[in-house]
Ligand binder design. Structure first.
Ligand code: ATR
Length: 272
């Protein structure tokens, strides 16, 4: 029987995870069955338990169930504990449901793929929701010189920064009166503003030719944030497609201990 994998979300029809994981499996001559599973808030925990009791080996979890997945796990990896969200589930030898979060390492690996080593660099992260909580731990591990966390609702930035106080002194700001610790080398848009074609910051004095701008979101066209950065002189604007592939690779490794090569699929996605 083929190894069974799945991704749970709502909506889920758009998910690229099945084709990405099939691509990885082919690299190792594995035949896998990777299904999209539409779930609901009421059914999610039951659906996951049924998936594993019927022989499922591992599943991904996407919006809006990452916090529900976190809440139902018996064991959590350190990135999942920090993120308070789980995007990768598996069952360990002790038959415990385990939760991991590969979003942050996915971002870091995609940045490295684009020669963006953030060690000793100045970062501005915009947004203070779940997406930001998911990436901060792995970002801090790379030892940037400074992180400014800006949010439309200031107290959320302050509260989120406080959760990482033991690891890093994150500078916080309201986005409206943006006050950065240092002029950023890299700006990460971790807000959901791109979903409504909005740009979450307006201060163009932050930008220069060499400022890299990364939007965790992606769409068929460059996001509003990427267009804003490009129109104001930034040479390097990236969206979250590479992060999607890298978080999938880290999940695939978690389940199979096989490290897929992401270069070919990255090139394929970049050309679309
Ligand atoms: P996610 O899980 O995607 O992070 P979330 O927890 O709802 O979603 O957080 C969304 C983030 O995007 C928040 O930081 C939100 O700012 P507020 O805390 O002020 O609500 C930010 N956001 C959403 N739309 C925005 C917009 N149009 N402009 C600026 N920030 C926006």
């Amino acid at each position: 029987m083929q190894q069974q994998f799945a991704v749970f979300g709502n909506p889920i029809a758009h998910s690229k995870s099945p084709s990405i994981h099939q691509h990885f499996a082919q690299q190792f001559g594995l035949e896998i069955d990777y299904q999209k599973r539409l779930s609901t808030a009421e059914q999610f925990a039951t659906d996951v338990m049924e998936f594993f009791s019927s022989g499922g080996l591992g599943c991904n979890v996407t919006v809006p169930f990452k916090e529900d997945a976190y809440a139902m796990c018996q064991t959590l990896t350190p990135p999942a504990t920090r993120a308070k969200a789980v995007n990768t589930l598996f069952v360990n030898k002790e038959k415990q449901l385990c939760g991991h979060n590969t979003d942050g390492i996915g971002l870091v690996n995609d940045l490295l793929n684009h020669q963006l080593d953030i060690k000793a660099r100045h970062l501005l992260v915009v947004g203070a929701g779940g997406a930001t909580r998911g990436i901060l731990g792995p970002i801090i591990e790379q030892q940037p010189a400074s992180i400014t966390l800006a949010n439309r609702t200031y107290h959320k930035a302050r509260n989120l920064a406080a959760e990482f106080d033991d690891l890093f002194a994150i500078h916080t700001s309201a986005t409206e009166q943006l006050d950065v610790a240092h002029k950023p080398d890299l700006i990460i848009n971790a807000t959901s503003a791109s979903l409504s074609a909005e740009v979450p910051i307006s201060d163009i004095s932050l930008l220069s030719k060499h400022t890299a701008c990364y939007d965790l979101a992606y769409a068929t066209e460059p996001t509003a944030f990427m267009q804003w950065a490009h129109n104001n002189g930034c040479d390097q604007t990236l969206d979250g497609r590479g992060m999607l592939i890298e978080q999938a690779a880290a999940a695939f490794f978690t389940w199979t201990r096989l490290q897929p090569d992401t270069a070919a699929i990255n090139a394929d996605f970049a050309s679309r």
